[in-house]
Design a protein around this ligand. Structure first.
Ligand code: HEC
Length: 134
């Protein structure tokens, strides 16, 4: 019985070490400056600064990969998220989108904030409490 925890620890260490052999690509593709959103929207209105701070790591080719993204399984999660994020919208490839797509992608007012979601949930609970369907 007392050997169980030790065996489990050994198995864990081996699995963790083996996991490090699976190294996802953490590459930042080359960026053509004229194709970026910076080049198209300009830096004057502050939008680009926000995108750069809040969205860059998942939605551009200029991802910053912190040290822990060298280590599985964090490396897998981050690489997966970045791949998905870049596929959804890549601000480094802004020129690839049509004018219509660009408008849609940059419509932050149509997105729900945490506050909006709270409001909707609260209203829904309220409606349920009143036995109403609407
Ligand atoms: C931690 C990674 C991450 C960050 C940070 C992030 N996103 Fe995303 N975003 C994603 C992923 C992943 C998807 C794809 C979602 C899917 O495919 O289900 C996505 C999808 C999108 C889409 C397209 C999907 C839709 O809802 O129509 C837009 C637009 C978008 N993100 C904008 C932004 C903006 C603007 C920011 C910064 C304020 C941001 N994202 C920050 C990961 C991220």
């Amino acid at each position: 019985m007392s050997r169980r925890p030790k065996q489990a620890a050994v198995v864990f260490v081996i699995a963790f070490a083996a996991a490090q052999l699976v190294r996802p690509e953490r590459a930042n593709p080359a960026t053509e400056p004229s194709r970026t959103i910076q080049a198209h929207v300009g830096t004057a209105n502050g939008l680009v600064a926000v995108l750069d701070r809040a969205c860059r790591d998942c939605h551009s080719n200029a991802t910053v990969w912190p040290w822990y993204t060298q280590i599985a399984p964090a490396s897998w999660l981050m690489a997966h998220g970045v791949t998905k994020g870049r596929k959804a919208v890549n601000f480094s490839e802004w020129a690839a989108y049509s004018a219509e797509q660009q408008r849609l992608l940059l419509h932050p007012e149509t997105r729900l904030s945490a506050r909006d979601i709270e409001t909707i949930c609260a209203a829904t609970h309220h409606a349920e409490a009143n036995g109403s369907n609407r």
